[in-house]
Design a protein around this ligand. Structure first.
Ligand code: HEC
Length: 367
């Protein structure tokens, strides 16, 4: 018995030695072609593919995914993508580039395939060894990488025209080669953090307090605070860019002005959130509370629309508008400038509102 084990062990060791020696000869001989224009043999490819998938999956599994439908985040990602990724990953309407045919593995056409968000985040941040995919995390923060991931989720549905429009509206990428030396351009990192994260924006907030005094008063029941708000801007919005989404915004305004509760609630998606003056509440909380106050307030007020613009993004859209609201409250006349931003998503053939942001401030020269 013992004798057997001994022979067996010797055989195993001998075999291993042969394999190692064989491997060394193979490696040193230079037989394997490492050139990118010669593709891996099937077994090597299968091993690498499995290694790649397992490695990424094991590392991306626990990543927390933020809200990838945030229009501002998607827009930021459009600028990043256009600046850094199209040579290798193409864009709608582009069938090849100068660099892409020579790369092996070939970068996937990301205007046609959608990658799982967690995997995409991990890959963009860390890159992939022995491929041309760089680790963008060495030069970009997580927020910026999420913007690219958010954009990539929309990209496969985009037409060349939609892609072009969106990139044209996107905030410029700070690393974009603008022909000048670093430091010469814009403090734009800050701008964007605002759009997405609700950075500083004290002025509108302070004014909102006054607005509340003018009758749009809100009780003090507990609400989730979302922090100080950035002033709503017209960035990226163009009149009539998403006409059907604008129609929904108009129907929403009409219903608020005419006191039509059912229509107001019908236009809000079940998961919709409404925020005003830094406070965010759910549709249900709004229906149970402020909606009645808003309807009563609007009944006695006169609304003059001043501007409306929108931005389509596949199955989501954003509509911004500004209006002048006048009326009397407690016998005193008031005039407000109100800004609104709606985020909408397509449900079947109809648009539903998923987020409402309101900001209002007394007009500089209140009558
Ligand atoms: C120099 C070429 C190159 C550039 C530039 C590049 N990539 Fe890649 N990328 C690759 C290659 C090659 C792969 C495939 C690697 C692999 O599969 O092993 C890849 C893979 C990916 C994947 C994974 C795709 C999948 O099917 O799993 C994502 C996501 C990605 N890249 C995003 C980006 C983004 C976003 C940018 C711009 C910030 C970018 N890449 C810039 C070459 C590039």
């Amino acid at each position: 018995m013992k004798q057997h084990v001994k022979h067996y062990s010797i055989a195993v060791v001998a075999l291993l030695a042969i394999l190692i020696a064989g491997g060394a000869v193979f490696i040193y001989s230079g037989i394997y072609n490492i050139g990118a224009d010669d593709h891996h043999t099937r077994p090597v490819f299968a091993i690498l593919q499995t290694l790649r998938e397992r490695s990424i999956h094991a590392r991306s599994e626990d990543i927390q995914v933020p809200n990838l439908k945030d229009p501002q985040l998607i827009l930021k990602g459009a600028g990043q993508y256009a600046a850094m990724c199209t040579d290798c990953h193409l864009k709608p309407g582009m069938s090849d580039s100068e660099i892409r045919p020579g790369l092996y593995p070939q970068p996937p056409n990301l205007s046609q395939v959608r990658v799982d968000p967690k995997d995409a985040f991990w890959i963009i941040k860390h890159g992939i060894k022995m491929s041309a995919m760089p680790a963008w995390g060495t030069s970009h923060d997580d927020d910026t990488i999420w913007s690219m991931v958010a954009f990539l989720q929309q990209l496969p549905d985009m037409t060349p025209q939609q892609y072009k429009d969106m990139v044209a509206k996107a905030p410029p990428d700070e690393d974009m080669d603008m022909g000048d030396e670093a430091g010469g351009h814009h403090s734009h990192g800050g701008d964007e953090a605002e759009g997405h994260h609700q950075g500083e924006g004290g002025s509108m907030d302070a004014m909102d307090e006054h607005a509340a005094g003018a009758g749009h008063s809100h009780g003090d029941e507990p609400q989730a605070a979302s922090g100080p708000e950035a002033p709503l801007s017209r960035d990226g919005l163009t009149p009539k860019a998403a006409p059907d989404a604008e129609e929904v915004a108009q129907a929403f305004h009409g219903a608020l002005e005419h006191g039509d509760r059912t229509v107001v609630l019908g236009l809000l998606a079940p998961e919709a959130t409404l925020s005003e003056g830094g406070q965010t509440q759910s549709r249900a909380a709004y229906a149970a509370g402020h909606l009645s106050e808003d309807l009563a307030f609007m009944k006695s007020a006169k609304v003059v629309p001043l501007w409306m613009g929108s931005m389509p993004m596949g199955d989501t859209a954003m509509v911004g508008s500004e209006s002048r609201i006048t009326g009397t409250h407690n016998g005193k006349p008031f005039a407000l400038r109100s800004r609104e931003r709606l985020t909408l998503k397509k449900v079947g053939a109809a648009w539903k509102i998923t987020a409402v942001q309101w900001q209002s401030a007394p007009e500089a020269s209140t009558p």
